[in-house]
Design a protein around this ligand. Structure first.
Ligand code: NAD
Length: 475
């Protein structure tokens, strides 16, 4: 049975959901794209038990064997990139050309990287620390069943960030995609069905409070990994403190500050923000969404940003000239519009690009000149909206940035390396870019501080996060 749009993937089989039916929309058209039946409580239990059973064998496979499976998945993703990209583009409203060339290539790269990294994990040390015993060994073992909860903004890429390190390390997973965007992961499950032993990856669809909550609360789950909202992060922490204590790995929201010093290269900055602020319609947890600019350059920068925003092309994702598409849903459109309307009503200067088409959930790219205390500077908007606030001295900008509840992405712009490094060192953010923004490397860790969560995605660090350190002493 084909998975596409209608099924769950449990123990290597595509099965029809027995729970509530969720309508999945195509945001560029405001039209239904598929009906996906959610997992029932019994099916969630089956998926977790299938993962638990599969783990016994999978955890004992050598890194070489697990690596071979991940490399095969990477090759299969590349072979099906066009189909997967079309599904992702329609369901998430992303420009097709970017999904094909960028996101799908990154999905394959993530599986390939973790397939390679697991063979390069150094063997932990052995030594003798007591005269009464022969030796002590340290092992890095899989944790067991990992419940993974993915968001809608990069449905397949975030799923890859979660699944690849977890299974490379020898765990088995039950992953729940967002109820808004389950289709690409269901399509990718056909690859899992061909390559992985049954039960190593299971996919259950449905809403957060219903299917997600039941999954993260299951007693056989040993670790919960979430990419989502801060509120959902709190629900995960509560579930982790249930009868069976669970590990957690949280990638939550962000509100990335862009600190622009007096000597910054403004043209390079504006060129970078064209993508760093507006890619994916700004629905990115590291989107460059609030600029703190030195007062001596704020006017020149505002003029350049207005010109850039006026030239941004957005619209239907299948067009090959668009830089971004719609936001994900009617609710998100209303939310973004609410932030901008309140900023305008509060006296902020609002500048917008070309008016939005009305057939999809489109929002015009927007620049808001706002004081530091404005809601639009403090809260995560998650849309194509950028704010600009002047500062008089760098210390003030640093204090503003660090006062945020969030601590994920940030950037500093200055031609003086020492000044830029000093600011970067003092920022309480998991990722800081200097004279660039939003550039990722699979080999480098990605994670936050404070309400942005903890735990690393990508890099060897993520592989380590999905393992358990153990001590064995030989008497
Ligand atoms: P969300 O938290 O509403 O949903 C994320 C996932 O959590 C969905 O699959 C949802 O169904 C599930 N969920 C919701 N309530 C749940 C519950 N009680 N139990 C279990 N699962 C539950 O967030 P979203 O709207 O899908 O995603 C946007 C948010 O994610 C933004 O805040 C964004 O910043 C954040 N995000 C963070 C990163 C990162 O790397 N830090 C990456 C992408 C998105």
């Amino acid at each position: 049975m084909s998975a596409f749009g209608t099924s769950l993937f449990i123990n290597g089989e595509f099965v029809a959901g027995e729970g509530r039916v969720e309508t999945v929309y195509e945001p560029a058209l405001r039209k239904p794209m598929a009906e996906v039946a959610s997992a029932s409580k019994g099916q969630i239990d089956q998926a977790v038990k299938a993962a638990s059973g599969a783990c016994r064998d999978w955890s004992q496979r050598t890194p070489r064997e697990r690596s071979a499976a991940l490399l095969a998945i990477a090759a299969a993703v590349e072979a099906r990139a066009v189909t997967l990209a079309e599904v992702e583009s329609r369901n998430a409203g992303k420009p097709l050309r970017f999904v094909k060339a960028g996101e799908l290539a990154n999905v394959a790269d993530v599986f390939r990287y973790f397939g390679t990294a697991v063979r390069n994990m150094p063997a932990p040390a052995a030594g003798n620390y007591r005269s009464s015993v022969l030796t002590s060994l340290v092992r890095r073992d899989p944790i067991g069943v990992i419940a993974q909860i993915a968001p809608w903004n990069y449905p397949l890429l975030m799923a890859a960030w979660k699944i690849a390190p977890a299974i490379a390390a020898g765990n088995a997973v039950v992953i729940k995609p967002s109820e808004l965007t389950p289709l690409s992961l269901l399509a990718l499950s056909e690859v899992f069905a061909e390559i992985l032993p049954a039960g190593v990856v299971n996919v259950v669809c449905g809403s957060g409070p219903d299917v997600g909550q039941a999954l993260i609360s299951h007693d056989l789950v040993r670790m919960i990994s979430l990419t989502g909202d801060v509120r959902t992060g709190r629900a995960v922490l509560q579930a982790a403190a249930g009868p069976m204590i669970k590990r957690t790995h949280l990638e939550l929201g962000g509100k990335a500050p862009v600190i622009v010093c007096e000597d910054a290269d403004l043209d390079k900055l504006v060129e970078t923000l064209r993508e760093a602020s507006f890619y994916n319609a700004g629905q990115d947890c590291t989107a460059a969404c609030r600029i703190f600019a030195h007062r001596n350059v704020v006017q020149a920068l505002t003029d350049k940003l207005k010109a850039m925003i006026g030239s941004l092309v957005y619209g239907r994702p299948e067009r090959d000239d668009v830089e971004f598409g719609p936001v994900i849903s009617a609710r998100q459109l209303e939310r973004v519009d609410g932030f901008v309307s309140r900023a305008r009503a509060g006296g902020c200067d609002v500048m917008q690009g070309a008016p939005a088409e009305s057939d999809g959930y489109f929002f015009s790219p927007t620049l808001v000149a706002a004081p530091i205390e404005a809601e639009i500077v403090q809260k995560e908007v998650f849309g194509p909206v950028l704010s600009i606030t002047p500062f008089a001295d760098v210390r003030t900008a640093l204090d503003w940035a660090n006062a945020s509840e969030y601590g994920l992405g940030s950037s500093v712009w200055s031609r003086q390396t020492e000044q830029a490094m000093a600011i970067a060192n003092a920022l309480e953010y998991g990722v800081t870019w200097i004279n660039t923004h939003g550039v990722m490397a699979t080999e480098m860790p990605h994670g936050g501080m404070k309400n942005s969560g903890y735990g690393s995605d990508l890099s060897m660090q993520s592989l380590i996060d999905y393992t358990q350190i153990r001590h064995i002493m030989l008497g």
